[in-house]
Design a protein around this ligand. Structure first.
Ligand code: GAP
Length: 465
């Protein structure tokens, strides 16, 4: 038997024990596939959002950001087709009662079959034919396929009546489409315009799992970019290139990232082209981080029909009136974080050949803490604290007094802190501190007065673009 690759599990254990992620509701025994972000996770997440905002909002002159509500009028989801079609085909194993997505079973076990081209009847016939087995118990008897609505339903107001039923949004995108006219009117902009949004989305996934890769509650960073019909290829290429640059900026290993164009059969019926960016996760293989889709005028037209509102655009110079087309780059924030954490993790053998350290080679601007300030001895605590207080308003920094300096260095390496700043007995006299860099482990003396400039300079130089 080949040895099972447990790299993914090893890294997730490290992320939990070091405080990036906690199991959700842990003191009550947890809730399956629910995860909370700890202080380190939140800092990394904030830095990733900041970078996304800088790259896609500030640095693209056409783009603006909005923050629509999570609970929307349910007619939105009727218009988009989510109420009718946002289903997964569900089957249960009749022996062990494990639950699966029928299309996943067929995809994994019948590589000769094009699952995306099958309707429910054809899919059901394959599942019932004995060609697929239960991955848990190996038996081949399944219930008939049932369609499972993936939107979470809840109620507003005091009564749980049908009329008060609403959904938690399964994507942030529709909050953008319904505000298209508002944004145009209030910003007085012309096309092209990109409207961006970062926020939570909810899907009642049948098979969540692989840590934060697939959860029922996750964050998306989405852009709907509106332009004149006919310019689809141009803007699709523009965003593919921008997304490529963004991924480069994150510092992911290039040979672990690929762009995958959807085949014709895989495309949604309204999409003329879609490209996914995938990451090669340890133990799991390639997984989707984000998608860039040409959506044509599908969404605006559906909302026009259902709301009876005019969402056409009037070009004030050419007097042309049309429904804009859209390119949608849609990132999963949690997946991107997971890829970054997996990508940056290394168990490094040290020069003596015996010792090893865990080190997270995160880009400096993404690392939870930029610097850890530490007194060499507890007798120097007050002076070191002053140094910490000096840089803390400008940088995410941490003050660490426990354990030997060597242990403190290892602890910071393991959470990706680029710089350890040590206040020692000489510091009192020469007003300098020792700075030790995470990846090279090289040390240098820096004047305390220049510390902030030093860190800014290092951060700037580490930026990938
Ligand atoms: N508006 C388009 C849209 O929502 P999607 O491919 O369904 O497209 C976009 O989702 C991204 O959101 C995915 O590439 C993935 O990164 C993330 N995502 C989707 N479902 C997820 C889940 N259950 N858990 C974590 N991330 C998810």
């Amino acid at each position: 038997m080949p040895e099972k690759d447990d790299t993914f599990e090893k890294i997730t254990t490290h992320l939990i024990t070091s405080g990036f992620v906690y199991p959700g509701s842990e003191i009550y025994g947890g809730l399956s596939n629910s995860w909370d972000y700890g202080p380190l996770g939140v800092l990394l997440k904030n830095h990733l959002k900041d970078l996304w905002l800088r790259h896609f909002v500030r640095e693209i002159e056409y783009n603006v950001q909005i923050d629509p509500a999570i609970i929307m009028n349910p007619k939105v989801w009727e218009a988009t087709g989510h109420v009718a079609n946002f289903h997964d085909p569900l089957v249960d194993c009749k022996y062990c009662h494990s639950r699966f997505r029928a299309d996943d079973l067929v995809k994994e076990q019948c590589p000769d079959i094009d699952v995306d081209g099958l309707d429910q009847k054809a899919l059901n016939e394959i599942v019932q034919s004995g060609r697929v087995v239960c991955p848990k118990c190996g038996k081949s008897q399944f219930t008939e396929i049932r369609q499972f609505q993936m939107m979470f339903k809840t109620f507003i107001g005091v009564t749980e009546e049908k009329s008060s039923a609403v959904y938690l949004r399964p994507e942030t995108a529709q909050g953008i489409f319904v505000n298209f006219k508002n944004v145009l009117r209030t910003t007085r902009r012309k096309l092209p315009i990109g409207i961006c949004d970062i926020g939570k989305a909810f899907r009642n996934e049948i098979t969540p799992g692989n840590f934060t890769f697939r959860t029922r509650e996750f964050e998306q960073m989405e852009i709907e970019f509106f332009f004149k019909p006919g310019e689809d290829e141009k803007w699709f290429a523009f965003y593919k290139e921008n997304c490529r640059q963004f991924v480069e900026r994150l510092g992911l290993r290039p040979d672990h990232v690929r762009f995958r164009n959807h085949e014709k059969e895989e495309l949604a019926f309204y999409s003329s082209a879609t490209t996914d960016i995938e990451y090669l996760f340890p133990s799991l293989g390639w997984g989707e981080l984000m998608g860039i889709a040409c959506r044509g005028d599908y969404d605006l037209k559906r909302h026009m029909e259902k709301s009876s509102q005019d969402l056409t655009y009037l070009d004030s110079e050419t007097h042309e009136k049309y429904v804009p087309h859209v390119v949608e780059p849609s990132f999963g924030l949690d997946r991107l974080m997971l890829a970054l954490l997996m990508d940056s993790y290394e168990v490094e053998k040290l020069e003596d050949g015996k010792d090893e350290r865990i080190v997270m080679h995160l880009a400096y601007e993404l690392a939870p803490y930029t610097a850890a300030v530490m007194p060499l001895s507890n007798a120097l605590k007050e002076e070191a604290l002053e140094v910490f207080r000096m840089i803390h308003p400008e940088f995410d920094a941490i003050f660490d007094t426990t354990g030997s300096i060597g242990k403190r260095y290892r602890r910071e390496d393991a959470i990706g802190t680029p710089f350890c700043v040590t206040y020692d007995f000489d510091s009192k006299n020469d007003h300098m501190v020792t700075i030790r860099e995470r990846d090279s482990m090289k040390q240098e003396r820096v004047a305390i007065d220049n510390l902030a400039d030093y860190l800014h300079d290092k951060m700037r130089k580490d930026r990938r673009l």
